[in-house]
Design a protein. Structure first.
Length: 262
């Protein structure tokens, strides 16, 4: 199964039952049939109905982070609801083995920013989220994928792994906030403390940049999401990463986070 992944990140305070039920109901073409969680269902997928899901959600949210609750629909799509220590997220896996109307999911993502909920969101097409985080060379061998453009590093005397900094779409998280480079991205006003609004608008190499009414910046790096593996698409991801010096930014934020913890 090939999976396109939409991630929407927001403050934990918005992770309320009423909101979550509404997000599930208005998810385009999403017909929930099963749900599962770590504690209440012990990982077993149960038949979905609002009453049982609500009981599960309420009990799970009493736990300390991290909390994961997954809702699965009849087409193999799933919405994972995640409560983190510092921020929450919807991690939506779309089964691209079936026909999906991605433009409807793009519009769905926009609603979180129009309602001033979203901090940042992104869409990784066609299994690219997995491959841009994977550092295991064995996975490339297993699926017959080329390793020619990968940078390798020795983990120890016997283990060689992929250097994640050689992957243009590699994701980093600081206090549960996403940093990376992919086909479609949304940056809400709460993100401007990391990359200022004006600086985002100055990036003039993307296929399309627009703003929403609340100044959310929407960046589409290249035209068709199916072109994710094209050399030109990868070059655009690198251009975005390098322009905003994302690796350096992450390093600085991690240092600040370490000083705060001390």
């Amino acid at each position: 199964m090939s999976e396109t992944q939409l991630r929407v990140i927001f403050e934990n305070k918005y992770l309320e039952l009423g909101n979550v039920i509404d997000w599930i109901k208005r998810a385009p073409g999403f017909n929930p049939v099963k749900f599962k969680s770590d504690v209440v269902t012990k990982g077993e997928a149960l038949n979905y109905n609002e009453k049982d899901f609500s009981v599960c959600f309420t009990k799970e949210l009493r736990k300390k982070a991290p909390v994961f609750i997954t809702v699965i629909d009849s087409n193999g799509n799933q919405i994972m609801i995640n409560k983190g220590r510092d921020a929450a997220s919807l991690i939506i896996g779309l089964n691209t083995s079936n026909e999906i109307k991605l433009e409807e999911w793009v519009a769905y993502a926009v609603t979180f920013f129009e309602e001033n909920i979203g901090i940042v969101a992104c869409i990784y097409p066609e299994d690219d989220y997995f491959w841009q985080q994977n550092v295991d060379l064995g996975q490339y061998e297993k699926y017959g994928k080329s390793t020619d453009d990968l940078k390798l590093k020795e983990m120890d005397s016997v283990t060689v792994a992929i250097d994640p900094t050689s992957l243009p779409g590699h994701s980093s998280y600081v206090k549960d906030i996403w940093f990376g480079s992919t086909w479609m991205m949304w940056f809400g006003p709460d993100y401007f403390q990391f990359i200022p609004y004006e600086r985002l608008l100055e990036f003039d190499q993307a296929f399309n940049i627009r703003t929403l009414s609340n100044k959310t910046v929407v960046i589409q790096l290249y035209g068709d999401y199916k072109d994710v593996l094209n050399k030109e698409s990868r070059q655009m991801q690198w251009a975005f990463r390098n322009y905003f010096e994302i690796n350096e930014l992450i390093s600085i934020l991690h240092q600040e986070e370490g000083r705060t913890k001390r």
